[in-house]
Design a protein around this ligand. Sequence first.
Ligand code: ZN
Length: 157
Amino acid sequence: MSRVVSFHYTLRDPSGKVIDSSAGADPIVYLEGAGQIIDGLDQRLRATAAGAKARVQVPAAQAYGERDPSQVRRVKRAVLPVDGELRVGDTFQAGVDRHAPTVVVVAIEGEDVLLDANHPLAGVDLTFDVEIVTARVATEEELQHGHAHGANGETCE
Ligand code: ZN
């Protein structure tokens, strides 16, 4: 039986650096098994109850995947839609579509630029410190829609 779960989290990389956190914001709300959060976390939170705290370690392969070297491409600087200075670390949308991947400049070599389309967290093993805020049985409607309708079932996006 799938549940709708809300939780707060702090996400750290293997060095302990905080990458992201829900502190100060609303908790994350998701429907179990619906792909709303990364698989490794979804699976590990199945047995948790409201009020529980858990440290969940998710290897890169179950999070944002391993880095794919073929996603790093060399392009001519002149083809990039940039006026002015280009710096390592700058990001672009790789196309006009709003779902186009974001690419990051990883190196500038003369007239060439190396662009990386890997997710910024690809290849990174993740540690989540999670506190479950609420957990309830999903409604029929949520199961049909394939997403959570908020912590109390009040909203459909
Ligand atoms: Zn809905």
